[in-house]
Design a protein around this ligand. Structure first.
Ligand SMILES: Cc1ncc(COP(=O)(O)O)c(C=O)c1O
Length: 372
């Protein structure tokens, strides 16, 4: 049997919950209220509980969540924010949007997340925030990162855009740093039917400030209190849809873990470097990323066999012309090597076991040229 397997297929997920989605959409249309209303409040409450955070503020997307978190912390011109360069450009965009300087540090080779030793070495008197990314659904080493942050009294903004439901020693993503920032882009583990985002925090003052900043910096209608505000609201339709989907998220994340376990078993003897779940917590496998020095050849073979793949991400941020002025002098050797070797295989909860086996068979053929 030869199956073609797409890299993603959102329609499958929505077909399984179509009646619930239709009911939510109809409810919002009938309500006559479309911006910042009861649906957003209900979702914020449910998502805060899911993240074990005291507060959740819905915003327009994950990028603006990061930007508003920086603004809420008072980060601005002359400040440095330490982040990684292997998670696309979102972090750098927002750091520059508030007038601060991105300081890129290397990642740990196994976890693909911020290297705590590199973080410690990059701290200066101008460091005003630390922005690790829980990449591919795996949390960064939050023990070591928080230890550095606490030593210097620097707040941590967790980029949780790929890690809804991931945990570190039982603590969910978005509940450990000063603020957690989520994206609900449709392909995320929790995705809207459009753009959406959220910020979580346990700090009441920060929560209130973010609430103002997402709506022009208004304290009340037409009266501005904070500079740096945006129009960055989650709308009622997306909130209602997200509330429906949040109920399914634990089962979807469990299925992602099952699929990752199947891939790990089926590819165990290939010599490929496979993702491992950290002993400290739950990996939610937003992406399943393998490593091979023959990446381009493997990707081409898979394409020829009808298997969709992608690369997250092909060009590190500090190597993109716009951000090159912020590249550290010696570059970021691990980040750069990983970008040459990583390959994302199909990973979404609705993949069938047959499809997972078909992908694994194709990968074995592509890597050995003779198996399968
Ligand atoms: C790690 C990471 N951070 C931030 C973002 C930005 O989110 P959005 O696309 O909702 O602006 C994304 C996804 O797009 C992401 O994967």
């Amino acid at each position: 049997m030869h199956l073609h397997v797409p890299f993603g297929d959102l329609k499958r997920q929505h077909d399984t919950i179509r009646a619930e989605l239709d009911a939510a959409v109809t409810r919002v249309i009938d309500s006559g209220w479309y911006i910042l209303g009861p649906e957003v409040c209900a979702f914020e409450e449910a998502f805060a509980a899911f993240c074990a955070a005291r507060y959740c503020i819905g915003v327009a997307n994950g990028t603006e969540a990061l930007q508003l978190a920086l603004t809420a912390l008072g980060v601005g011109p002359g400040d440095e924010v330490i982040t990684v360069a292997n998670a696309s450009v979102y972090q750098a965009i927002t750091i520059m949007a508030v007038g601060a300087r991105p300081v890129f540090v290397d990642v740990d080779e196994r976890s693909h997340t911020m290297d705590p030793a590199a973080l410690a070495a990059a701290i200066t008197p101008r460091t005003r925030a630390i922005m690790p990314v829980h990449l591919y659904g795996r949390m960064a080493d939050m023990d070591a990162i928080m230890a550095v942050a606490d030593r210097y009294g620097i707040p941590v903004i967790e980029d949780c855009a790929q890690a809804h439901g991931a945990t570190w020693r039982g603590k969910p993503a978005g509940s450990i740093g000063a603020l957690g920032c989520f994206s609900f882009y449709p392909t995320k583990n929790l995705g809207a039917l459009g753009d959406g985002g959220a910020i979580t925090t346990n700090d009441e003052t920060l929560a209130e400030k973010v609430r103002r900043l997402r709506q022009y910096g208004w304290e009340r209608k037409y009266y501005t209190r904070d500079a740096g505000g945006l129009n960055s609201r989650l709308d009622e339709l997306q909130a209602a849809i997200l509330t429906v989907k949040l109920r399914h998220l634990p089962a979807w994340n469990a299925r992602r873990r099952t699929i990752a376990g199947m891939y790990n078993d089926l590819l165990a003897d290939t010599g490929l470097m496979l993702p491992e779940a950290p002993p400290e917590g739950d990996h939610v496998f937003h992406l399943y990323v393998i490593r091979t020095a023959e990446r381009d050849a493997v990707q081409t073979h898979l394409r020829e066999q009808g298997i969709g793949t992608d690369i997250h991400y092909p060009l590190p941020t500090h190597r993109q012309p716009v951000y090159a002025p912020f590249a550290p002098p010696g570059g970021l050797p691990t980040t750069e090597r990983l970008a040459q070797e990583i390959l994302s295989l199909p990973m979404f909860p609705e993949l069938t076991d047959d499809e997972v086996r078909a992908v694994a068979t194709a990968v074995r053929r592509a890597t050995r040229g003779r198996e399968g």
